[in-house]
Design a binder for this molecule. Structure first.
Ligand code: FSX
Ligand code: SF4
Ligand code: SF4
Length: 319
């Protein structure tokens, strides 16, 4: 059963990057940008000894697939290395080669085979209105399986759950005003169903690929990372954007001069939500360190519970 995979099981040696260089890229990425703490010597030794690829079942509900696209854009390490050396992606609706009833059956077979040992990645919110009918993932023996059903059945069997993206973590855009589908985040859903499997929230609309990859590696080697009050790894979401923003001097100057409506380089006047937002974008940056929101726009607080309603309108100054 172990070699039964939805995705082709390409051998790691064909990937063109050795385990050692994979480690180098992971730790290299970490240097100076905040994830170095997690890649401690013990972890590196453990990885060098050989990391068993960890089974992951990834499902998508109410989202835009941006979270998956963000992960697929992981450059350092590459998505190929993540798939070939770190995880064994047993099911993914967008990139999986298998679909229909066969894929649905495979999901349940994997969950049974790896019960208590697989990670269940949930992308998108869970619609609970009308008994979950707003999101049907597939069917087995002519019985429709809703996202709600699948989460309810598989989450208790998983070793851990990753709520990928703000929609999965807190409801996000699908749960915004006008939500007729009962869109709900994973932890809130678990409370209503008494599901106790540990959850790691990896918010962001979409989340940074490093946040996803780093959380998975931490989970495999050191267990559940230390989480903040909102269930996010402190490693990535422990610091306030505003307190660390390169434009903070402009803000302070404007604040002292009581002229926040004209704060020079600071974006407070056009609605920056950095003061209410906890994430490491200010140092990690996006697109392989090329840029980040506050550099040419504003932070809209995409990693926070209540996003987008609590941060809207995005252009409105917070003062
Ligand atoms: Fe949500 Fe994922 Fe925002 Fe989209 O699917 S976190 S809408 S970027 O990508 O769930
Ligand atoms: Fe704070 Fe935003 Fe101004 Fe930066 S641009 S100092 S995060 S309000
Ligand atoms: Fe989200 Fe703000 Fe980070 Fe941009 S800077 S990705 S809006 S948390």
């Amino acid at each position: 059963m172990k070699d039964k995979q939805v995705l082709p099981d390409v051998q790691p040696k064909k990937s063109g990057i050795s385990r050692r260089s994979f480690l180098k890229t992971v730790t290299g990425t970490a240097a100076g940008i905040g994830i170095s703490q997690m890649f401690n010597p013990a972890l590196i030794q453990a990885l060098e000894k050989g990391l068993e690829r960890h089974p992951v079942i990834w499902i998508q509900g109410q989202g835009c697939t941006g979270c998956s696209v963000s992960l697929l854009n992981s450059v350092d390490p590459s998505i190929a290395d993540i798939l070939l050396k770190v995880i064994s992606l047993q099911f993914h609706p967008t990139v999986g080669a298998c679909e229909g009833e066969l894929a649905m059956k495979h999901v349940y077979e994997v969950a049974r085979e790896y019960e208590g040992r697989f990670s269940f990645a949930i992308e998108g919110a869970i619609p609970v209105a009308e008994n979950g009918k707003y999101c049907i993932l597939g069917e087995i023996d002519h019985k429709e399986i809703s996202m709600m059903d699948m989460v309810q059945e598989l989450a208790p069997m998983a070793g851990s759950v990753l709520a990928i993206g703000t929609c999965a973590a807190y409801g996000g855009i699908p749960a915004a005003k006008g939500n007729v589908t009962g869109a709900t985040g994973v932890m809130d859903f678990f409370k209503t169903k008494n599901i106790t499997t540990p959850v790691v929230n990896i918010p962001g609309c979409p989340p940074h690929p490093d946040w996803i990859v780093g959380s998975i590696v931490h989970l495999l080697e050191n267990g559940i990372p230390e989480l903040d009050y909102d269930g996010r790894p402190k490693l990535f979401f422990g610091n306030n954007i505003h307190d660390n923003c390169p434009r903070l001097d402009d803000y302070d100057e404007a604040f002292m001069a009581m002229s926040l409506s004209d704060p020079n380089g600071c974006r407070m006047d056009v609605g920056c939500k950095g003061p209410d937002t906890y994430a490491d974008c200010y140092k990690r940056k996006w697109n392989s360190g090329m840029n980040w929101c506050v550099n040419n726009a504003v932070c809209i607080g995409c990693v926070e519970p209540g996003f987008p309603d609590a941060m809207s309108p995005f252009y409105e100054p917070a003062y």
